[in-house]
Design a binder for this molecule. Sequence first.
Ligand SMILES: C[S@@+](CC[C@H](N)C(=O)[O-])C[C@H]1O[C@@H](n2cnc3c(N)ncnc32)[C@H](O)[C@@H]1O
Length: 266
Amino acid sequence: MDISPSDYNSFREILEQQSGILLGDSKQYLVASRLSNFIKENNLTSLSDLLSKINRPSGKLLLQKVIDQMTTNETLWFRDSHPFEYMKRHLIPEMRKQGRFRIWCAACSSGQEPYSLAMLLDEISASATAEIIATDLSSKILQKAKLAEYQEIELKRGLPDDKLRRHFKKIDDNRWQLNQALRNSVRFQQLNLLGVPYTNGRFDVIFCRNVLIYFSQENKTRVLNGLIDSLRPGGYLFLGASESLTRDCKPLQMVRCSPGLVYRKN
Ligand SMILES: C[S@@+](CC[C@H](N)C(=O)[O-])C[C@H]1O[C@@H](n2cnc3c(N)ncnc32)[C@H](O)[C@@H]1O
């Protein structure tokens, strides 16, 4: 698919405005690989045609589908392991002493992160004391997360065999579904991290991992400050392994949970 410089610039502007996802100067190949088939399937002729349709008042649904195509949903079970270890050993025991607690997985993709937490809570009999809210911008990936059906190849990415046997039911040769109780223990909701009025101090723990890497410094700061506002005093924020707070973020205390770290709100 050929993309003219002006169409590319218009497209990246819309994408950043709507999702925060920032495309570099020469990512035309990425746009082409994610949208070529999509353009054909939607009876469009070119990126230029797509742009004119999403700019119309009737183009909202098409725009959401384009965003679904452009998000990177790479995820795995118990990703980086240390946040889950730290939750299990320190935070859950500490929080359950104080009564009910609330965890928010912002940018949850196809559900592996919130369901890893749900399994952890279940295994230490803490499900009844916790609420897990999982959100993502992509409506398509949220449908998959709610269904909680995964292929073997996805299950092999970080899910130990004993957890597969304990928490999943085999549907056919290649697919398994998470059991109903764990599916029901996570509440999914569509939410754009850039477009929400952040609430004050509702959450005990927030996981916001591997999404801010796609944002500009300015949007990163905006989202991080919103997340910090959403934590109760004493609450914890987990970021991705390659992510950190920006210079202009509200202050948080850094707690080492070797090999990684977590941020605590004072
Ligand atoms: C790479 S996945 C990370 C999933 C999971 N947190 C993990 O670390 O394994 C990034 C997710 O961020 C979501 N995302 C991108 N922009 C977003 C935004 N503005 N608001 C909410 N979610 C967004 C994408 O749809 C995608 O599912």
